[in-house]
Write a protein that binds this ligand. Sequence first.
Ligand code: NDP
Length: 450
Amino acid sequence: MMTPHMTDRIEGIYLDAVRRNGGELEFHQAVREVLGCLGPVLVKHPEFGKHKIIERILEPERQIIFRVPWQDDKGEIHINRGFRVEFNSALGPYKGGLRFHPSVTLSIIKFLGFEQIFKNALTGLPIGGAKGGADFDPKGRSEAEMMRFCQSFMTELYRYLGEYTDVPAGDIGVGTREINFMFGQYKRITNRYESGVVTGKSLNIGGAPVRTESTGYGLVYFLERMLQVKKEALEGKVCILSGAGNVAIHAIEKLQQLGAKVIACSDSGGYLYDENGIDLEALKYVKLAQRARLQAYLRHRPEASFVAGGNIWSIPCQIALPCATENELNGKDAEILVQNGCIAVAEGANMPTTPEGAQVFLEAGVSFGPGKAANAGGVATSALEMQQNASRDSWSFEHTETRLQEIMVGIHDLCYETAEEFGKKGNYVAGANIAGFIKVARAMVELGLV
Ligand code: NDP
């Protein structure tokens, strides 16, 4: 039971964080979700209160904001804003992706970095939490423009990185190509072939097999385990996913390999519905080879349909996987999914479900895997890439995928058992927040006041 004193204290810490980080709505939302689970933890671990761990964890260790000037193919000059928030290094070097999207602000990067602390702790691997990116829109940019932007971005960021300091990876708008360009620039400036300084590189230059697939594959392994607990199987289940990027495509691949039927996915323009099951080869060709819009899929499968501006969550399904962006599934969407018979939701994206949506799922008994647990496969495989780079080794696809699956099952079980221990059986949100927090908090106490 939470004592009123603890509730008051945590509420006070939250209000103080809101005041000190004015206008950062996404950051406030992420903080509120985590702090809302911590009352019982402070009762069980009064030392965390004494050491002011919550207050300290809310303050990033370092926040870097910088100018990114670059020239397009016509010679016109553009100025973007770059960010890196190095949030917490109690468990290891800062680790977290870079996002290139016009919606990027300090608030978005802080919410992602904050989530990353607990996600990385759940993997059990020695990595701290960070996030970065730029308010740059990669849509419609040529390869030469992407290279110039990545080089300019790294020309400033390199001074804060290092394999023992801060190790970025990809996120929205940043894939293998962009990571490779940034690594190339880092290598040139520093004169060091320091493979472990970024992850998500291509295989030729020290990348890990499965890194590209890992977030999507890991998400499905987490989902499979949630279903096992419910005594349900993935085979034959009808699934829908938002997004049509790295995470969504590889989640579809693993779902299909395990016998599920995926009938819809989406992008920011609308959703694609293919009643007979998405043709993965066609989808990969359109999105990965051609880098085209999702509608182009219809050229390969005329019997499918594309609903511009449509709400994907209105499609009846048994399993829903939001894999696009934050706050894309609200309370109303959740109610529709529940009415239509959805039994499980696992988040491939970061914080895609609003707090109201998550509440609807919890109350309806829908198994709900929050992103900080369910999409941790990406960062876990990044940590495996760091291990390979440090040992100058390279592992096979099968070996790496087996490790990924073990890690995802481990994360699931840790969240499940922690929720049960704290009297919240089946509540993966509470399980993930509490288990992740305790790991980091213990390390912070041990490290002293730093
Ligand atoms: P990609 O850039 O590969 O794909 C993103 C997809 O989401 C695209 O289909 C895009 O559509 C859609 N999308 C992006 N922003 C919006 C928006 N504002 N509204 C509607 N649709 C949008 O990114 P990823 O697949 O890598 O990332 C997807 C999510 O997964 C993000 O939340 C990311 O933080 C999270 N994640 C990613 C990891 C990784 O390893 N890549 C690891 C852990 C989490 P369009 O092309 O039309 O913009």
